[in-house]
Unconditional design. Structure first.
Length: 99
């Protein structure tokens, strides 16, 4: 058995997690994106090659029960939130994205 790389106490109740391939967010390549059911946010975790947590950042907050997080082929990040019941798409600042 190995110890976890990180943990939250009290639990954030992770909803979904995905490693970022970079793409639209090249500075996030290899970072773990985790959604939180309890706190309603999206977190970005960066680890060093040995698996030690270097940084944890709350990217989005103030949502209710963020469930799943996914990344498309172009590297755009999608997040489902219970309230207001929608899919959110994250795009880099200043990027032009078609609707």
């Amino acid at each position: 058995m190995e110890s976890p790389l990180t943990h939250w106490s009290p639990s954030i109740a992770p909803g979904g997690a995905v490693f970022s391939p970079g793409g639209a967010f090249p500075n996030w390549r290899g970072d773990l994106l985790v959604s939180s059911l309890v706190q309603g946010n999206l977190r970005r975790l960066r680890f060093d090659p040995e698996g030690r947590l270097l940084e944890e950042e709350i990217i989005l907050e103030g949502l209710r029960r963020t469930r799943e997080v996914a990344v498309d082929a172009g590297g755009l990040i999608y997040l489902t939130a219970e309230r207001p019941g929608r899919v959110l798409r994250l795009i880099p600042a200043g990027a032009e994205v078609s609707r």
